[in-house]
Design a binder for this molecule. Structure first.
Ligand code: NAD
Ligand code: UDX
Length: 429
């Protein structure tokens, strides 16, 4: 089948390339000329495992192209996925300007197209956004009627950065919220062969499922961090505790890793948005407020621990890992941003290394020192802190840390191998 994708960022590009791997052909459309040109040059604008190879493969097989011309993308496809950003506003709610613009532009393109077309909302949007903002913009600009001339679904995306394409291709479930039976049946047919349960719901239920999934996962993390902070004071390794806890099938071992807290473009934004929406409808989001509060403080636990070991003013601190998680160059809401800022305020000399995220970090912190390897970064420093669980940090050993002037090592993510390194401490272990 032929599909088009509006907004070719993490979700849009991975969605399109995922469907191309299933044999469909995709036209990406993005308002950024740079994004469009990079896709056609087969150079993704971000680092994500498998994506560059998948893009090369899809372009070579003539299954993928990008265009600035939305009319072209829509008239040459049967389904359009909306994958534009839904960034947070200062009160935590989401900015729907991109959804409004993309829906209006898509409506205009639909007005020129003959035949039935399915519109699928994949962006993460609060309940009622698809029906109250996207749908009227589509109808008004197309002069067409939803349900008769075009279909509408809300199909949330659950992929994680760092394993985005893999997650897209192997989902635990596919959620399809549909305006009417025909729209939902069309999309369900399109998803045939994904080998996972497909859940059919109303549009606003599908919108809610996405937020609640993220809020629940974030809750597991903040809960583990709260327990981890207590374990630290009792001399207990929270990872040993959660191993025992996670063996209970009702709990599951996933998302119980304590550390410096969750970052990224989704959890902080989505939990804040659900808090804001709950307040709007006069429901008290007590648990979610605590989840965010714990997460705000958690990165600074690492600095507290550091200070217990002596004054940090004037100390040279090697920071290993800047990305919000491993296998991505994304630093959006990364705990490293707040930790580095605080270290600078405390008068430390900050030196950093990350295998992929230094380019983006340098745009925000041009004044600190960047190194091309862990060893170079460690050389002559007083303190080492580890903020991302990159697998290459698992290989660090005594020889590497012996390059330091003083050997104070604190992990914010559990990554070092105790059989290779001695004398390090974890934030909650
Ligand atoms: P992104 O910032 O990586 O990419 C969005 C793209 O949309 C950009 O390339 C931008 O230029 C383009 N764009 C903006 N307005 C446009 C318009 N009117 N027409 C065409 N293109 C337009 O964003 P993302 O991380 O892919 O997130 C997209 C949505 O998916 C958000 O709602 C997000 O919450 C959700 N989501 C993200 C993830 C993730 O891991 N990143 C996972 C699941 C869901
Ligand atoms: C998340 C959701 O997992 C995904 O389903 C959704 O589509 C987008 O948001 P992502 O943000 O890409 O994905 O990565 P994820 O692996 O969920 O990690 C988010 C943050 O939580 C990272 O900072 C990670 O380090 C942290 N985390 C994760 C923990 O601190 N402990 C854990 O046990 C798991």
């Amino acid at each position: 089948m032929k599909i088009s994708v509006i907004g070719a960022g993490y979700v849009g590009l991975c969605t399109g390339l995922g469907f191309a791997k299933k044999g469909h052909s995709v036209i990406f459309h993005d308002v950024s000329r740079d994004v469009v040109e990079r896709i056609n040059r087969m150079e993704p604008a971000f680092y994500e495992p498998m994506v560059e190879d998948a893009l090369k493969e899809a372009v070579a097989k003539r299954l993928a192209e990008a265009s600035e011309d939305l009319d072209y993308a829509v008239s040459n496809s049967e389904i359009t996925f909306i994958c534009v950003p839904t960034p947070p506003k200062s009160d935590g709610s989401i900015d729907v300007a991109y959804i409004r613009e993309a829906s209006a532009a898509l409506g205009k393109a639909l007005s020129k197209k003959k035949g039935y077309h399915l519109v699928v909302m994949k962006s993460t949007v609060l309940p009622e956004t698809t029906e109250r903002i996207a749908l009227p913009a589509l109808e008004k600009n197309s002069n067409k009627v939803c349900g008769r001339d075009f279909g509408l679904c809300m199909n949330p995306e659950f992929l994680r950065e760092g394993s985005a394409l893999e997650d897209f291709l192997r989902p635990d479930r596919i959620v399809i919220g549909s305006f009417d039976q025909r729209s939902g049946d069309f999309l369900e047919g399109f998803y045939k062969g994904f080998g996972c349960p497909i859940l059919r719901t109303s549009i606003k239920t599908a919108e809610m499922i996405k937020y609640v999934s993220n809020a629940f996962l974030a809750t597991k993390i903040s809960f583990s961090n709260e327990i981890g902070n207590a374990c630290k004071k009792m001399g207990i390794d929270v990872y040993d505790v959660m191993k025992g806890v996670g063996m209970d099938k009702r709990i599951s071992p996933h998302f119980l890793n304590a550390g410096i807290g969750f970052g990224g473009s989704c959890f902080p934004k989505d939990v804040s948005a659900l808090i804001s929406k709950s307040r709007d409808v006069d429901a008290q989001p007590l648990i979610m407020e605590s989840v965010m509060e714990i997460n705000r403080e958690q990165p600074f636990k690492l600095i507290e621990l550091l200070k217990k070991k002596g004054p940090i003013r004037g100390k040279s601190v090697s920071v290993l890992g800047l990305a919000f998680k491993a296998d991505t160059d994304d630093i959006r809401e990364a705990p490293s941003l707040r930790i580095v800022e605080r270290l600078m305020q405390e008068g430390c000399e900050v030196r950093v290394y990350d295998p992929k995220a230094m380019g983006k970090f340098r745009e925000k912190f041009p004044q600190i020192s960047y190194f091309h390897s862990s060893r170079d970064c460690l050389k002559g420093s007083d303190v080492c802190i580890i903020l991302t669980e990159w697998s290459e940090f698992r290989d660090l050993g005594e020889n590497d840390f012996n390059l330091m002037r003083n050997k104070v090592i604190i992990e914010g993510r559990k990554v070092l191998n105790p059989s290779k390194v001695r004398g390090f401490e974890g934030i909650c272990w």
